[in-house]
Design a protein around this ligand. Structure first.
Ligand code: SF4
Ligand code: SF4
Length: 404
């Protein structure tokens, strides 16, 4: 290990690092805030006002809401529509759980050592467009208990083939009653990172920032589909997924791609929270990475910039706790819980998403030495964190308009 590195591998899983309580129960996708906007009468009005409010901002001629900005974000989302990759629905069109191309070698399996497989899969992930990649063993606690069907507006269980009644299942399958079953051998996850452009993201919460988010999802669509098809063509099962099937952040932590911040986002050691996540779940035997720590917990305890600058006051300034803010939070994890009622209300009023909790974060920088030095210092000398945060403010990073 590089003695000058501020990133340390640890023999602890995400469940250990965030002190998972014994009463933790798997989360249902139906309770995710985006899904509740579809079925919960408290949130449906918010969803319905979102786009009309965007048009109001455009008609009012607000900065970042011109017709050109609107067109810019529509263009950025074309990768999602062109690949027909649903972000929230599993096994549907572009993110199909089945092989897309039928080839002449259907019965043949590629064999290689797990280390060699990891190297090939990581190289493939970067080739298909990911900015970083990590591998973990699938901790089933992070798999949704149920998936939410956008067509029937109902939830259905997700099971594994070593659960009673599903032993015959050999490939990812949807049963007639809506249950989705994964073979028990699907115990590896390749977690993909896509970075969002620094300057464009700082334009938020406006339409250019929406464009950066959509562009990341467009890239995710192509990368996840390509990687899954690569693996399936080697003779293994692979499920490409953006926000469906399992929770991304704990899987990314298990895959050594970062720690969780006060803003309830993954903090990547190089890109900070300015990333979008996706994954491919597979039975390809592959060597997993180890989780890493680099002082984020201590940094967040003194920093609070995301909480202070959040226009909705949705991020707590207090200590991490087990107290969820609503049924949209995944209970039983020691963390800073985001108040999605407040966050989502701001998005609706503004007609955009937001991302100020990403923009203002001191980890949201490039990898030039001038930005690496504070991260290194914070990890090695935690008592200097308040000084680093003060310097960050002094240099004008994370400055935001007043949205209150
Ligand atoms: S996205 Fe915006 S409103 Fe939501 S928590 Fe982050 S800063 Fe607050
Ligand atoms: S802004 Fe500060 S408190 Fe918030 S996630 Fe980033 S480092 Fe942590």
């Amino acid at each position: 290990m590089n003695p000058f590195s501020y990133i340390k591998e640890v023999n602890k899983s995400a469940a250990d690092l965030y002190s998972l309580r014994s009463d933790y129960a798997k989360f249902s996708q139906a309770m995710h805030m985006m899904m509740q906007g579809i079925w919960n009468s408290d949130y449906i009005p918010l969803e319905q006002k979102w786009i009309p409010n965007r048009l109001k901002q455009m008609c009012a001629g607000k900065d970042g809401f011109s017709l050109k900005d609107y067109a810019y974000q529509l263009g950025a989302g074309c990768g999602i529509s062109a690949t027909e990759f649903p972000l929230h629905a599993p096994d549907c069109q572009g993110n199909s759980w089945s092989k897309l191309n039928i080839g002449p070698f259907e019965e043949v399996k590629w064999t290689e050592s797990p280390d060699g497989m990891a190297q090939s899969v990581k190289a493939g992930s970067l080739f298909y467009g990911a900015d970083d990649v990590g591998i973990c063993q699938l901790d089933r606690r992070w798999v949704y208990s149920h998936w939410y069907d956008l067509e029937t507006k109902a939830e259905y269980p997700i099971k594994f083939s070593d659960e009673k009644g599903y032993e015959e299942i050999k490939s990812p399958t949807k049963l007639e009653d809506g249950t989705k079953v994964l073979p028990k051998e699907m115990k590896y996850v390749i977690v993909l990172i896509h970075v969002m452009d620094y300057e464009e993201f700082r334009a938020g919460p406006t339409l250019p920032e929406v464009a950066v988010t959509k562009l990341a999802y467009s890239k995710i669509s192509l990368t996840a589909i390509s990687l899954a098809e690569f693996i399936r063509s080697l003779g293994y099962n692979a499920i490409p997924s953006s926000n469906c099937t399992a929770l991304n952040i704990p899987l990314a932590i298990d895959a050594g791609l970062g720690q969780m911040g006060r803003n309830a986002k993954l903090i990547h050691p190089k890109f900070g929270p300015r990333v979008r996540l996706s994954k491919v779940i597979t039975d390809l035997p592959i060597t997993a990475d180890k989780p890493v720590v680099f002082g984020v917990d201590t940094f967040c305890k003194s920093c609070k910039k995301c909480a202070i600058h959040c226009p909705a006051k949705a991020i707590p300034e207090s200590e991490p706790s087990y107290e969820p803010k609503g049924d949209y939070n995944n209970k039983g994890v020691l963390q800073w819980y985001c108040n999605h009622d407040k966050c989502r209300s701001f998005w609706t009023a503004n007609g955009t998403n937001c991302g100020l909790c990403i923009t203002t974060c001191p980890y949201n920088k490039g990898d030039e030495w001038i930005h690496v030095l504070p991260k290194w210092t914070a990890a090695k000398f935690p008592s200097l964190v308040p000084f680093i945060v003060w310097m960050d403010d002094l240099f004008g990073y994370g400055k935001v308009k007043n949205y209150s």
